[in-house]
Design a protein around this ligand. Structure first.
Ligand SMILES: Cc1ncc(COP(=O)(O)O)c(C=O)c1O
Length: 420
C-alpha cells in the first residue's frame, strides 16, 4: 500500500493525516488514494504497450462515480454487469464504444438498453441469452455486436466463491458447445459476432491457470477464424490478485508476457478487465473502537464498522491487515477478534489478530479495502451506508456522503390499508 504510510507516528493517505480526516468525517468511512489508483493503472497500461490492448475497468470492484471518472480520465473503458453500471459509466463520460457488457443473467430490458446505447460489445454466456439478444435486437431493428464467454474448465487456486472458469460454475459456455453456438450466431440476422471472452476467477496469484485459459482462448479463436467467423477481439477478463496479508501477486510484466506469448496480438484486439488489482490496495476502511470485551474465551474489539460495510471477511473468510492510525510498538500482544455491532455471529472483520493495548475511541485502518468493499455494502440492521472519501495529496473530497435516516427511509411506505 504505497500511499498509506506513517508520518510522525500517524497514518497518512498520501499527505493527508487520517487522524485529521477522522476528526472531520464521522467513522466509519472508506478512504481512497487517487495517486495509488493512478499508479496501478499507469503501470498496467505501460506494460501492455505495443500489445494492441485496451483496459476496461471492471466497475463492479468499485463503482463510485468519482472512481470510474478517475480511470476514464486515464483512458480506461468500462466492463459492466448491469443496466445500473452502464448508467454509471455513461454518466461520467465513458464513451459508449468503450463499454463491454458482461454477466450471466442480462434481462431483456437491460439488453434493450445496451442496444439502444450502442455499446461496444455484449458478452453472451448462454444459448438462451443469444436467442434473447437476437430477438430484442430484431425488435429494435438493430444488429448486436457480441462476444461469447467460453468456460475453459480450469481449476484456479482462489476462494471457491470467486472461481468462475470451472464447468460447475454458472459462467460461460464450455468449448465444444460454444463453437456450435458461435456458428449458429454467425447466421443470425441481428447478431454480429466480433469476439471471444474468458474470465476464470478473481484474486489469482498464480499465472499458470490464466496462461492455460489464454491458450484455450487463442486455439478457439483460430478454429473460429478457420470457420470464417471474424473474431476481432479477445477479451481476457480480469482476475489479477493483490497482496492482502502476505500474498505475492503476479507482476504486470509477467502478465503482459503471457499475453504476448499466447495471443496473436498483431491481428486481434486484446481487451482486459481488471477490477481488484486497480483499486484494492488504494483503499482502507477507517473505523473506531467502540468497546473492548472479554467473554472468557476471547478478547473482542467491537468497532463501528460491520459486515454490512465490508462483507469480504464474512462472505469469503477474507483476511485484511488491520493497523491503528497512531503508530504503536505493541509489547504484550494478545489475540483479538475485531467485530462489528451487527446481530450476527458472522459479523467479524478480523479473527485472532495479535494486537497490544487498544482502547475505545482508537481509530483503526482495515487495509486493502478499495475493491469489493463499499460496492457490497448494505443497510442491514438499518445502518446507514458509510461515506467514501477520495484523497489527492493533502486534499480530499467526499465522493459518497452518509445519507440521513430520512433518505434511507424515503423509498419505503406503509401498505395502503395501514395507517399511523
Ligand atoms: C467478467 C468479469 N470481468 C472482470 C472481472 C474483474 O475481476 P477482478 O476484480 O478479479 O479483476 C470480473 C469479476 O468478477 C468478471 O466477472
Amino acid at each position: 500500500m504505497d500511499y498509506f504510510n506513517y508520518k510522525k507516528g500517524i497514518l497518512h493517505v498520501e499527505n493527508l493525516s487520517i487522524e485529521s480526516l477522522a476528526s472531520s468525517i464521522e467513522t466509519p468511512f472508506y478512504c481512497y488514494s487517487s495517486s495509488s489508483m493512478q499508479k496501478n493503472y499507469n503501470e498496467l497500461s505501460s506494460t501492455l504497450h505495443g500489445l494492441n490492448a485496451s483496459i476496461f475497468f471492471a466497475i463492479k470492484a468499485n463503482s463510485n462515480l468519482a472512481i470510474i471518472k478517475l480511470f476514464s480520465d486515464l483512458g480506461a473503458g468500462a466492463d459492466v454487469v448491469s443496466e445500473g453500471e452502464i448508467i454509471r459509466a455513461l454518466k461520467v463520460g465513458i464513451p459508449n464504444k468503450k463499454i463491454i457488457f458482461s454477466g450471466v443473467g442480462k434481462t431483456k430490458r437491460e439488453i434493450a438498453f445496451a442496444l439502444d446505447k450502442d455499446i461496444l460489445q455484449i458478452n453472451i454466456e448462454s444459448e438462451s441469452e443469444l436467442e434473447l439478444i437476437n430477438q430484442t435486437a430484431s425488435e429494435l431493428y438493430k444488429k448486436a455486436n457480441v462476444a461469447f464467454r467460453v468456460n475453459p474448465d480450469i481449476e484456479v487456486n482462489t476462494h471457491e466463491k470467486i472461481t468462475t472458469g470451472k464447468k460447475e460454475n454458472k459462467f460461460g459456455i464450455p468449448w465444444p458447445d460454444a463453437r456450435e453456438i458461435f456458428i449458429k450466431a454467425s447466421k443470425m440476422n441481428n447478431i454480429n459476432v466480433i469476439g471471444l471472452a474468458i474470465h476464470i476467477g478473481s484474486q489469482l496469484l498464480d499465472l499458470d491457470p490464466l496462461e492455460k485459459a489464454f491458450k484455450i482462448a487463442m486455439q478457439a479463436t483460430n478454429e473460429l477464424l478457420d470457420l470464417g467467423i471474424n473474431i476481432k477481439n479477445i477479451d481476457l477478463g480480469g482476475g489479477l490478485g493483490v497482496n492482502y496479508v502476505n500474498e505475492t501477486p503476479p507482476k504486470f510484466t509477467e502478465y503482459a508476457e503471457i499475453i504476448k506469448k499466447n495471443i496473436d496480438y498483431k491481428n486481434i484486439n486484446i481487451f482486459i478487465e481488471p477490477g481488484r488489482r486497480l483499486v484494492a490496495d488504494a483503499g482502507i476502511l477507517v473505523t473506531k473502537v467502540i468497546h473492548r470485551k472479554n467473554n472468557g474465551a476471547k478478547n473482542f474489539l467491537i468497532v463501528d464498522a460491520a459486515m454490512n460495510d465490508l462483507l469480504r471477511p464474512t462472505l469469503y473468510d477474507a483476511i485484511h491487515k488491520i493497523q491503528p492510525i497512531q503508530e504503536k510498538k505493541f509489547i504484550n500482544k494478545k489475540l483479538f477478534d475485531i467485530v462489528g455491532p451487527i446481530c450476527e455471529s458472522g459479523d467479524i472483520l478480523a479473527k485472532d489478530i495479535a494486537l497490544g493495548e487498544i482502547l475505545p475511541d482508537e481509530i483503526l485502518s482495515i487495509n486493502t479495502a478499495g475493491a469489493y468493499g463499499a460496492v457490497m455494502s448494505s443497510n442491514y440492521n438499518s445502518r446507514l451506508l458509510i461515506p467514501e472519501v477520495l484523497v489527492h495529496d493533502e486534499d480530499f473530497s467526499i465522493i459518497r456522503k452518509r445519507p440521513t435516516y430520512d433518505e434511507m427511509l424515503k423509498s419505503e411506505n406503509l401498505a395502503k390499508w395501514q395507517s399511523l
